[in-house]
Design a protein around this ligand. Structure first.
Ligand code: GLU
Length: 440
């Protein structure tokens, strides 16, 4: 490509960027990097009524979290009002626009048609000019409309390719007419298809949390989310399903974007996140988990000591799909469990005397030679189960509930060793005291 590729991501600060916005940003970023061009960020904050203050930082944080760093200084349209006004007046003075009721309108062409070759699907898109009505370019409060500001900035920023969602297709003929009126070169356009929910309706807030930062809070890894997003509308020529950002850059081309809408299936995202967690080195996963715990508790959460985490991470790595799953699975290791009668009853049927069982189990545990060894622990409690009419699974589940209060935990013996013999006995005693009290 002869000319330098310069593309921009141009969000409006109207709320938390959602996955659709970020996918546009991602495609734009990949196209820039693949072509050794520039990825620019422009915030389109000319509609003060719809503006949400926090969205500025949410836009920056979302991009940074996903690793999509932008080149050059961020352009804020609200700081460039003079520029837009000057251009609106230029159109007014050359009779290409007119003023009506305090706002300036652009005169569209009424004959012929306007078309362009869209890079997505390499197809020609054509609008009859008579369908394109005159539109406002400058409002009475001296703020430009999206159409004017977008075209003026794309020109002044030397944007070579405009990449955005297909919702903007109907704006493109207006933009092309503006470029022509100014006598400017027209960039190329690429409109990516929409993202649909699994029920094939357009993905929106009512489909649950779709803000990028919500996924961060839910415990998704940025690498996994990026990987998931890139496949919404793009099929890598290599056919790979798991790709790093640099592999995406290597393979990406706008011409390979699908023209059909993409389907957003959160279960696939969860699966992919689990794959990423399993692929992550333990030491890196530890850092990610610690950062996650710190983030969600704003630094308040007491997190487990390093050496404990080193032991726990390999035990849970296969069992978690999201970083947040780490909490319910391992909380009992650093916090006293809360017992519930029903949880015990899920393991041992009501007709068995659970208090008596636990009491005898505790006696066996107390007598067992320390430090406990895996094979001895296993053998002792298998025998205990047999002599008390319990299956091995029931027996070990009963111990699990007694030390953790829950039915799911990392492997039992490893959990016991992390707690230590003393703490395990103490908890078994507490579980017994709880059961005695609740059954009396
Ligand atoms: N501000 C528009 C948006 O929020 C940008 C559209 C464009 O890229 O031209 O999607």
């Amino acid at each position: 490509m002869a000319e330098e590729v310069r593309v921009r991501y141009a969000p409006s600060p109207t709320g938390n960027p959602h996955v659709g916005n970020m996918r546009t940003a991602l495609f734009t970023y990949l196209f820039a990097k693949h072509n050794r061009g520039k990825f620019l960020l422009r915030i389109e904050d000319t509609d003060k009524k719809r503006e949400v203050e926090e969205s500025y930082s949410a836009i920056y944080d979302s991009l940074k979290w996903l690793g999509l760093s932008w080149d050059e200084k961020v352009i804020l349209q609200s700081e460039r009002l003079d520029i837009y006004k000057e251009h609106a007046l230029q159109l007014l003075n050359s009779d290409k626009a007119y003023q009506q009721e305090e706002a300036i309108f652009f005169k569209t062409k009424k004959e012929g048609s306007t078309s362009w070759i869209d890079l997505v699907g390499n197809k020609s898109i054509k609008f009859e000019n008579r369908q394109v009505e005159d539109f406002v370019i400058l409002k009475s409060d001296e703020y430009p409309t999206y159409h004017l500001a977008s075209v003026v900035d794309d020109h002044l920023m030397n944007i070579s390719h405009v990449t955005r969602g297909e919702d903007w297709i109907s704006s493109t003929p207006k933009h092309i007419m503006l470029y022509e009126s100014f006598g400017w070169d027209i960039p190329q356009f690429a409109h990516s298809p929409n993202i649909l929910a699994t029920d094939r309706s357009k993905l929106s807030k009512r489909h649950g949390s779709i803000g990028v930062l919500d996924y961060k809070r839910d415990g998704f890894l940025p690498e996994a989310l990026i990987n998931f997003l890139v496949l919404l509308g793009w099929t890598p020529p290599s056919g790979k399903e798991i790709l790093t950002l640099s592999e995406m850059i290597e393979e990406f081309d706008l011409k390979d974007l699908n023209t059909a809408p993409a389907i957003f299936d959160v279960r696939k995202l969860e699966w992919m996140n689990g794959e990423y967690i399993r692929k992550t080195q333990n030491s890196k996963l530890k850092t990610q988990i610690l950062e996650y715990l710190k983030d969600i508790s704003q630094g308040k959460l007491e997190h487990p000591a390093d050496e404990e985490l080193d032991k726990v991470i390999p035990l849970v790595k296969e069992r978690i799909k999201k970083l947040s799953d780490f909490i319910p699975l391992t909380d009992f290791l650093w916090e006293k469990p809360e017992y519930e009668q029903e949880v015990f009853e899920k393991v041992v049927k009501k007709r068995l005397d659970i208090v008596k069982l636990l009491k005898e189990m505790l006696e066996v545990m107390e007598k067992m030679e320390k430090p406990w060894k895996a094979d001895m622990f296993e053998k002792t409690f298998r025998q205990f189960g047999e002599s008390h009419g319990l299956s091995a699974t029931q027996t070990f589940q009963l111990i699990r509930v007694a030390i953790s209060g829950q039915l799911v935990s990392p492997p039992l013996f490893e959990s016991v060793k992390i707690l230590g013999e003393e703490e395990t006995l103490k908890r078994a005693n507490e579980a017994l005291a709880y059961l005695e009290k609740s059954s009396s």
